[in-house]
Design a protein around this ligand. Structure first.
Ligand SMILES: Cc1cc2nc3c(=O)[nH]c(=O)nc-3n(C[C@H](O)[C@H](O)[C@H](O)COP(=O)(O)OP(=O)(O)OC[C@H]3O[C@@H](n4cnc5c(N)ncnc54)[C@H](O)[C@@H]3O)c2cc1C
Length: 260
């Protein structure tokens, strides 16, 4: 990590400095990592905006500010259990203390801890760019990510987890496949059910993040460039994805909706 560090006086100044050669500095765990692929000549500290470090509850949604760390979210009773499960995919306590929710979403890594779960839950992303502020469903954000390259993520809005059958809220199951808790995941799979709607979030290491339709997830798989590597063959990963999705569907469609 090298270059200029910029402490902007507010949001507009931070956005003014943001271009292709710069990065926002939140927890710094992604930026400081040599294999992150982030090469920035300027680092802009994420400005201390109102609500950017807090977790609040409004109208059945939980708003989590972008600078909330994994540890802060894990310690907060308002954060739903399904999201805590994904936050624990980050096994290192030191990293949890610094890594932020906004930084994780913005990094959009193919071994992402949180994104499959956020997609499966139908989360919303609060984002402000040079064109203004918007709140966008994460599936759409995935499709239009180019447009948000220099924008600042300000928050994520997540739905309440469904604690018992018939309650409002979403039920989400997530599974991370990695050789150890500290290794990079080669597959991260999440499925969510909200009323009769099912959503899937899939992160395939070195290939990307996908939001496939439950009826034909294999169409996305065919588009993904999945390769054989030390974690297994393409065929094995495809098999694992299929059986995991089947078992998640079985649980979500037959159980009464209790969050584990
Ligand atoms: C050893 C090691 C292993 C790791 N393994 C994983 C892993 O398996 N899965 C995983 O998901 N991550 C992994 N990471 C990366 C990192 O820890 C997480 O992605 C973390 O959540 C990033 O958050 P941060 O606050 O540290 O982001 P930063 O490092 O501060 O920033 C990362 C990127 O996000 C952008 N950014 C940050 N905040 C915002 C914002 N509010 N709006 C817009 N853009 C923003 C920055 O411009 C930068 O490009 C690993 C890191 C290390 C060091």
């Amino acid at each position: 990590m090298e270059g200029e560090l910029i402490r902007a006086s507010g949001l507009q100044e931070a956005l003014y400095y943001k271009d292709q050669d710069s990065a926002f500095f939140a927890g710094g765990t992604g930026i400081g990592y040599k294999d992150s692929g982030i090469h920035a000549k300027k680092l802009i500290l994420v400005p201390d905006l109102p609500g950017i470090r807090t977790i609040t509850q409004t109208d059945g949604m939980i708003r989590i500010g972008a600078l909330v760390t994994f540890t802060m979210a894990l310690d907060d009773v308002k954060v739903p259990g399904y999201l805590k499960e994904a936050l624990r995919f980050c096994g290192s306590l030191q990293k949890r203390n610094r890594a932020t929710i906004g930084g994780n979403i913005a990094s959009w890594r193919s071994d992402s801890y949180l994104i499959p779960t956020l997609i499966a839950s139908g989360a919303l992303i609060g984002v402000t760019g040079k064109g203004g502020e918007e709140t966008i469903e994460i599936g759409r954000y995935a499709e239009e990510r180019e447009r948000f390259q220099d924008a600042l993520i300000t928050c994520v809005l997540v739905k309440q987890g469904q604690e018992s059958a018939g309650e409002n809220g979403v039920r989400v199951l997530s599974k991370r496949y990695a050789n150890t808790v500290e290794s990079h995941a080669y597959l991260t799979i999440a499925m969510g059910r909200e009323m009769e709607e099912y959503r899937i979030g899939l992160a395939i290491r070195n290939s990307g993040i996908f939001c496939p339709d439950i009826r034909n997830w294999d169409v996305s798989w065919k588009r993904a460039n999945v390769t054989d590597d030390f974690s297994g063959s393409e065929e094995y990963k495809r098999y694992l994805t299929g059986v995991t999705l089947e078992s998640m569907y079985e649980k979500l469609s037959t159980e009464g909706g209790r969050e584990s």
